[in-house]
Design a protein. Structure first.
Length: 303
């Protein structure tokens, strides 16, 4: 009898759409189908469910288009749900997790293109029962956070492409959708997974292309929404993980920022604070959460 940890796994890939190009989604489906085929052939994967939740103002796909996506992906089970609201990533992926059944959940962005063996490498990492989250490597812009070169252990794993045992995801309550709309939800989830006694592991062999708008110097070009929600999330994360000095410094900096998105984030935080809507603080001894300058881990190239 094969041990449970060595049986082929079922995976539900959860991804939230918001005004994405249908052609780009088709490209993603094609890449996932290829990765699923290889993982099935290698005996690591039983079935991959690719669950799309659409938070766009109007549906990106009609039933006929979803049927065509499914027909082009024989190694996947493609599902599509129009949310009819902008859920953000946290609420959207929680909703998709509840609507699927699988051994693992793959947290992923709709604009990632997995390499052929990306799923294989992540599934292999999770065969170690001590691992609660396995993260892939993103290109062309890689997160420069430090990880142990021998074990892969790191502070947090990106929601752009990370595999989590469903029982771990459910045990920690999934994403904190009441606090985080877009950014830092993955950092918070990772820290709660580590807080529960599991390891978060970076697997650089599990490569995915993550589409980005870059400037002439190769830097990320954020949209106005990304500027706002990243600022809002940084305030909420500092509060939740008991970094009051960091929170005060951010509030001061954002209040005097030239960017209106930063000033708006302060207004929203203060509203939540006044109305008693902030989550209770945790990790008062700072044993889990890592705040290193403006990062949530030691920077790999400044050790």
């Amino acid at each position: 009898m094969i041990a449970a940890s060595l049986r082929p796994s079922s995976v539900a890939a959860l991804t939230v759409l918001f005004g994405n190009s249908p052609a780009a989604v088709e490209r993603t489906v094609e890449a996932f189908d290829n990765a699923a085929r290889i993982a099935i052939e290698e005996g690591l994967l039983e079935r991959l469910f690719l669950a799309f939740g659409d938070a766009s103002a109007q549906p990106l796909f009609e039933p006929e288009a979803v049927a065509r996506l499914q027909a082009q992906a024989p190694h996947l089970e493609v599902t599509y749900e129009f949310f009819d609201e902008n859920t953000g990533t946290s609420r959207g992926q929680n909703r998709l997790a509840r609507s699927t059944s699988s051994d693992h959940v793959l947290l992923c962005n709709p604009d990632v293109i997995p390499s052929g063996r990306a799923l294989c490498f992540l599934i292999e990492v999770l065969r170690d029962p001590g691992v609660g989250l396995a993260e892939g490597k993103q290109l062309p812009v890689e997160h420069p956070k430090h990880y142990d070169v021998n074990t892969g252990e790191t502070s947090w794993g990106s929601g752009a492409f990370s595999l989590v045992p469903r029982e771990v995801f459910e045990a920690v309550g999934g994403f904190d959708e009441d606090t985080f709309f877009l950014y830092c939800d993955d950092v918070d989830l990772s820290w709660r997974i580590r807080e529960a006694g599991h390891r978060v592991v970076h697997q650089p062999a599990a490569v995915v292309f993550h589409d980005k708008d870059l400037d002439s110097d190769g830097g990320w070009v954020p949209t106005e929404a990304e500027r706002y929600y990243s600022a809002e999330a940084s305030l909420l994360l500092a509060h939740k993980w008991s970094r009051n000095e960091r929170l005060d410094a951010l509030l001061k900096a954002y209040k005097h920022s030239k960017l209106r998105q930063h000033r708006r984030a302060v207004t929203e935080f203060e509203r939540r604070q006044a109305e008693g809507l902030l989550v209770a603080q945790r990790d008062p001894e700072w044993s889990v959460g890592q705040f290193v300058k403006d990062d949530y881990a030691v920077h790999r190239y400044s050790l």
